[in-house]
Design a protein around this ligand. Structure first.
Ligand SMILES: C[S@@+](CC[C@H](N)C(=O)[O-])C[C@H]1O[C@@H](n2cnc3c(N)ncnc32)[C@H](O)[C@@H]1O
Length: 206
């Protein structure tokens, strides 16, 4: 069942790791994304809040495909006792993230790894209380890969930990299929919380 999904206009040919390595492409993407914070901000907040941690809790957080650190910044701004590991394959994205999160240097760790490779999770540390991700994992468009990434994430999470993935699930396998993959990975209480007709928060607890 590999590669049966075709990228739609939202996952253009740009959305492959090679493009994310290009400084100019990333600069343009980040500038464009800055202009749509009115749409993205509430979804980012809903993703983090869906994990159910109180703001004062001391938590270890992983942001998968962190990009320039939008989700990570929401966590760092609102959870003063959280430490955040940002995982991505793009150094240009990390350059943006490091600038934006400079004030949180002592609470952030950056790990460059490629989640299309089976050893991507080995260098991340953990266990994590909260693993979050936003519009990143759908980039794989490969059923086996996405399902195995969910399994890897399950293994990174500690007891009572939670995973929340804000993503274009409908166009990358289907929402119900993602729910099934999360259940097969071992997650309990799996929910799909619709944000709009294209984006959903897929949430599962350990
Ligand atoms: C659409 S951006 C989203 C960035 C960020 N999560 C956000 O919400 O703003 C997708 C991100 O996924 C990362 N990415 C794509 N393929 C990846 C892979 N195979 N391994 C790790 N990161 C990847 C890209 O480098 C990029 O930062």
């Amino acid at each position: 069942m590999t590669n049966r999904h075709q990228p739609s206009e939202h996952a253009t040919n740009h959305e492959i790791p090679e493009q994310w390595q290009e400084q100019e492409f990333v600069n343009q993407w980040v500038t464009r994304d800055d202009g749509r914070q009115d749409q993205r901000g509430p979804m980012i907040q809903a993703t983090v809040e869906s994990c159910g941690f109180s703001n004062e809790q001391q938590i270890n957080v992983l942001d998968v495909g962190s990009g320039y650190g939008l989700l990570a910044k929401y966590v760092l701004d609102n959870y003063p006792n959280a430490n955040v590991t940002l995982q991505d394959v793009s150094e240009p994205m990390f350059e943006h993230a490091k600038q934006r999160l400079a004030e949180y240097e002592n609470r952030t760790t950056y790990i460059n790894s490629d989640f299309s490779k089976r050893d991507w999770s080995k260098t991340l540390g953990g266990p994590f209380d909260m693993v979050v991700s936003a519009i990143a994992i759908h980039n794989m468009y490969d059923d086996n890969l996405i399902a195995s990434i969910y399994k890897d994430i399950f293994d990174l999470i500690g007891p009572n930990g939670v995973f929340a993935n804000l993503d274009y699930a409908a166009q990358a396998g289907g929402v119900e299929t993602h729910v099934q993959w999360l259940r097969e990975a071992g997650f309990k209480s799996v929910d799909a919380i619709e944000q709009n007709e294209r984006i959903v928060i897929l949430r599962g607890a350990k």
